[in-house]
Ligand binder design. Structure first.
Ligand code: CU
Length: 193
């Protein structure tokens, strides 16, 4: 009996959590392929850094995946799965050249880690292979999503409130707009170079 009551309490808790968390969804058009959509910094709110460490693999002379979105404060691991040595460096974060960094060069099977404490787009390059490139987009909040190839996106678990939502795409001008979330919010973007 006690046990079934506990199950009911846990279920009710899960239901109320689901009811209070909303979504922001929409479409990014005007560009081809993946974009990143994220909620800009929220005044007076900070978020603990995630403990999960996404991995970018250097495999087949490519960064895989070649577009990764993470929350500010996330440690990203860079793995080399190729038989040749790879490097990873970036000249800026969010256009700020003072945040450029070079992780060095490392052989197959080894990993290097870096904690991204500043928000913005990180243009990732390998100085051994000029054809290798990728982007990490560091979002200032936990509310972000990478679009699918058609540009559709959905950001889950967003509490009700008013936000500024930004859309980023490689080579396009970043666009942001206000979005009110009450259970759900919608934001479409049309980006241009
Ligand atoms: Cu390389």
């Amino acid at each position: 009996m006690k046990r079934s009551l506990m199950v009911v309490a846990v279920l009710l808790g899960a239901l109320s959590a689901a009811a209070s968390a909303g979504t922001i969804s929409g479409k990014v058009s005007g560009v081809n392929g993946d974009s990143v959509v994220y909620v800009e910094a929220i005044a007076g709110k900070t978020f603990p850094a995630p403990t999960e460490k996404p991995v970018i693999d250097q495999k087949g002379l490519k960064f895989q995946p070649n577009l990764v979105a993470v929350q500010q404060g996330t440690t990203v691991e860079f793995l080399n799965s190729d038989t040749v040595a790879h490097n990873a460096f970036w000249i800026s974060v969010g256009g700020n050249k003072k945040l450029g960094h070079n992780l060095g060069t490392w052989p197959q099977g080894e990993k290097k880690a870096f904690k991204f404490d500043n928000p913005g787009a990180v243009p990732l390059l390998c100085n051994v292979h000029p054809e290798m490139s990728a982007y990490i987009v560091v979002a200032p909040t936990p509310y972000f999503a990478v679009t699918d190839q058609s540009g559709s996106y959905k950001i889950e678990n967003v509490p009700d409130g008013s936000y500024t939502v930004a859309a980023w795409h490689e080579g396009a001008k970043k666009q942001s707009k206000p979005v009110a979330v009450s259970g759900e919010g919608k934001a479409d973007f049309t980006l241009s170079k």
